[in-house]
Design a protein around this ligand. Structure first.
Ligand code: C5P
Length: 406
């Protein structure tokens, strides 16, 4: 589908190994109908050549702020004005710091300050740089200034083999995030922020063993994507899963329940909170620093401690999103349990599914759900998790519209 037909996208290619992914990104944007206008930083020349970028974009590549020909008519202002969106990929820590401080010392910097079009950053950097307080500050400030972000993802770094958060989002995810940005204009959740939890949590017993469950993350991930399709700015806080990140959402990856709670709290304030994660109720009271040794026939004692209830903590907090949705997977007394959770956890809606039947089995692809609110119960026919997600996102959009502002 030509979802970006006729859109003029300024693609600022930054310096970093991930720049090679921009060649594929150009293809993905063009196959969606976009006109790609590439701008390369000086550093980007070390990683990809203007020749290959220009050939794939079928467009001239801009590189220099002081280009005599272009700047006769203040070319950077023209570039900034004549585009529908700007993508910065890879966006380095340095680029984030520059825009956050309003610096315009090179062509991309000048364009980013001069444009009024939406800006989408796809950060890529070493995990230590991404988690540095200075980068966190810049991220916060840029988000407040209205800059959109996709990624970075967790994974192995191309240059060092180090694992962590800092890997640039994949071209398809970046294209998806851009589509969501453009969809946002006439979407019911445009300008709304949503946080969604998904997947299981892993609770370490020792460095190699952990407590987990069978959650695949499919339902939570599908809901995050469906909310993004309605124009919401979505952060997905995900436990360890083996499915790909959904398009058009920011993904924060965590392992434990306590990390998940902290990551959700960092996303507040938000308009919508959807808590789909199968959070482990208990963790090992004490995670051993070294691997527990087998000792004859006597198993080691395993003492458990209670994990925080993320839904209840947020649902009952002062910073609670306007619409809070929880899930309840039950094998018996489904509706009674769901009603109890509605009350106890401070949710506006509990999506109840009966896991005693085959359709509701955790990790499967379909779901039979009942929507439980203070007003009553709505039974939905069995559907795929994607269909449930789409219906639920619509339902949440209506709830938000109908709910009076406090
Ligand atoms: O109490 P129960 O685990 O059945 O509640 C399920 C709901 O509560 C889900 O929405 C789940 O994401 C949320 N939950 C949570 N933190 C926990 C346990 C459950 O957010 N520790």
């Amino acid at each position: 589908m030509k979802t970006l037909a006729g859109k003029r996208i300024l693609l600022v290619i930054g310096g970093g190994i991930a720049a090679y992914k921009c060649l594929d990104l150009i293809r993905r944007l063009r196959e969606r109908g976009a006109i790609v206008v590439p701008v390369m930083t000086q550093a980007a020349h070390h990683f990809v050549t203007p020749l290959s970028v220009g050939a794939l974009a079928a467009h001239r590549v801009y590189t220099d702020l002081f280009d005599r020909e272009d700047e006769q008519d203040v070319g950077h202002i023209r570039l900034a004005r004549e585009c529908d969106a700007v993508i910065v990929a890879p966006a380095s820590a340095d680029r984030m710091a520059q825009l956050s401080a309003g610096l315009a010392g090179d062509l991309p910097g000048a364009v980013l300050l001069a444009t009024r079009a939406p800006i989408l950053f796809a950060p890529a950097m070493n995990p230590a740089m991404w988690s540095h307080p200075a980068t966190r500050r810049n991220l916060q400030r840029l988000t407040e200034d209205g800059v959109h972000f996709v990624g970075p993802n967790r994974g192995e770094m191309a240059e060092s083999g180090e694992a962590g958060e800092g890997r640039m989002a994949e071209p398809l995810e970046i294209a998806g995030a851009l589509e969501a940005l453009f969809g946002a204009g006439d979407a019911p959740l445009a300008g709304r922020r949503a946080v969604v939890t998904s997947g299981p949590t892993h609770e370490p017993i020792d460095p190699v063993r952990y407590i987990a469950n069978r959650s695949s993350g499919r339902q939570g991930h599908a809901i995050a994507a469906a909310l993004a399709r309605l124009g919401a700015e979505v952060t997905l806080v995900s436990g360890p899963v083996s499915i790909p990140d959904p398009a058009g959402v920011i993904v924060v990856k965590v392992e434990t329940a306590r990390e998940m709670l902290a990551a959700v709290e960092a996303q507040l304030p938000a308009d919508i909170g959807v808590f789909v994660a199968a959070v482990a109720d208990w963790r090992a009271a004490e995670a051993h620093a070294g691997k527990l040794k087998k000792d004859g026939s006597v198993p080691p004692p395993l003492e458990l401690a209670l994990n925080p209830d993320i839904l209840a903590t947020i649902g009952k907090s002062e910073r609670r999103p306007r619409v809070v949705v929880g899930f309840a997977a039950e094998t018996d007394d489904l509706l009674a349990h769901a009603r109890g959770k509605l009350e106890r956890k401070g949710a506006d809606l509990i999506v109840a599914n009966d896991v005693s039947h085959e359709t509701g089995i955790m990790g499967g692809t379909s779901n039979t759900v009942h929507l439980v609110t203070a007003e009553g119960v709505e039974d939905w026919p069995s559907a795929t998790k994607d269909e449930v997600a789409t219906g639920l996102a619509d339902h949440i959009a209506r709830m938000l519209l109908e709910k009076p502002r406090p």
